[in-house]
Write a protein that binds this ligand. Structure first.
Ligand code: NDP
Length: 403
């Protein structure tokens, strides 16, 4: 009998709860906890109504290790799925070590007061998890997550050695707002406005945020989009675990309206992360901005169009150079019909459920701190086809990507 605690009841938490509830043979009992319990209660009510499955709820402040440990000891779960914010990764990992529970998340740790995300903080837990006989699985969303799996799958089945990697994240959906983000606005804006870094010949090369772009035409008539190079966390783990990579880049599509708003908001200081004095109080501009923007979990009914996220990998097989593109396309409205959510939360929540399933079924279970590509991609890829994220492979596509 397996019991799981999901922490975070935002856009992604809602999808994870729905998808775990769809697989009762693995997730026998589900508890959804967050800072604001009313959000957990309304997700639980949705699931009860649409699927007839009962899930329990709880209130917890995941910044507080003691509070987390009390909850974990009370409910006695096998695994915590952390889909709160990256700021809570380390406190939840600490609590898991004390309460002896396996851990997984979808985004790497980021300190609240520095817009800097990297794996070092969580990799430092390797020995502690190994000694405790516990597993911590890092980054089991779509990107990171499915993109790590696509790379690992291509490397395993199509190449002797991989040389270049272009991860391309296109959101061809439109929610009709002049400016809104598809996941937590604070995390999204911190990520997009960060200095760009890509991997080239053994080191990360920096360039100004969003200063390099090209056009990309998605397969299966999703359309053509302007994609911008930016830093994304899976570049750090993939270049570590595939040392033959000579170049690795991450690209994301943005619409004109999004970029114009971001520029203006940045110019007037509203994307700042340092506290400022306002009417005798300290406020953080980006947190104030978040309060003004639409909640990403409400975008479901109004987002139309498709996402197309995949990896273009080049390398050699039997001495011959080749290119392989592994990708998934997901329709926003199909996601809404299934779990009342748009495709960004859906494409994150499904791999989180599958990662948890891999651990609970014992297919991936091993002590220590692991990135996705360190584990066998085959059972995970099989489950992506089964649980709503079917993928395809194109060998030697005729993309003319920037070298
Ligand atoms: P939301 O802001 O919609 O939801 C975050 C949830 O976490 C909210 O319910 C929030 O509670 C809760 N939370 C925040 N702080 C705490 C705390 N201290 N204690 C307990 N609960 C807390 O975010 P998303 O659902 O959009 O994103 C969730 C995570 O998924 C993020 O880490 C994000 O980076 C990651 N992500 C990963 C992707 C991937 O592909 N790998 C893609 C998209 C997102 P409250 O309601 O009280 O604010």
């Amino acid at each position: 009998m397996k019991k799981v605690l999901i922490i975070g009841a935002g856009g992604v938490g809602q999808v994870v709860a729905h998808k775990c509830a769809q697989v009762p043979e693995v997730f026998n009992e589900i508890i959804l906890a967050s800072r604001t319990e009313s959000k957990c209660i309304s997700i639980a009510a949705q699931i009860k109504k649409s699927m007839g499955v009962e899930i329990a709820t709880a209130q917890v402040d995941a910044d507080d290790v003691d509070e987390l440990v009390v909850l974990l000891n009370q409910i006695n779960v096998d695994l915590v799925i952390n889909v709160a914010l990256p700021y809570q990764d380390l406190t939840i990992m600490d609590a898991c070590l004390i309460a002896k529970v396996h851990y997984m998340d979808t985004a790497n740790y980021e300190p609240l007061d520095t817009a800097k995300f990297e794996y070092s903080w969580q990799w430092d837990y390797q020995e502690k998890f190994e000694k405790a006989g516990l597993m911590a699985l890092l980054g089991s969303g779509f990107d990171p997550g499915a993109t790590n799996m696509f790379t690992a799958y291509a490397a395993k089945h199509y190449f002797d050695e991989i040389h270049t990697l272009d991860i391309i994240d296109v959101n061809g959906g439109d929610h009709g707002y002049a400016f809104a983000t598809n996941f937590n606005p604070e995390i999204n804006i911190r990520e997009v406005t960060a200095e760009c870094r890509h991997w080239e010949n053994g080191l990360f090369v920096e360039s100004a945020a969003l200063s390099t772009s090209q056009q990309f035409t998605c397969p299966d008539e999703v359309g053509s989009f302007d994609i911008y190079r930016m830093y994304h966390e899976e570049l750090e783990s993939l270049t570590k675990h595939y040392p033959t990579l000579k170049k690795a880049q991450f690209w994301m599509s943005f619409g004109e309206s999004y970029l114009k708003h971001l520029e203006v908001l940045g110019n007037v200081g509203l994307t700042g992360i340092k506290p400022i004095e306002f009417q005798g109080e300290k406020i953080v501009p980006i947190q104030f901005l978040k309060a003004l923007l639409p909640d990403p979990s409400t975008l479901g009914p109004r987002t139309k169009g498709k996402t197309c996220i995949g990896c273009v990998v080049t390398g050699v097989k039997n001495g011959e150079e080749k290119t392989v593109y592994v990708y998934n396309i997901k329709d926003h409205q199909d996601c809404y019909q299934e779990v009342e959510s748009q495709a960004i939360s859906y494409t994150t929540g499904v791999p989180a459920m599958i990662g948890a399933k891999m651990i609970l079924e014992g297919k991936w279970l091993k002590a220590g701190v692991w990135n996705m590509e360190q584990l066998d991609p085959d059972p995970f890829m099989e489950d992506m086809n089964k649980y709503g994220l079917p993928w395809k492979v194109i060998e030697n596509p005729n993309f003319n990507l920037m070298k």
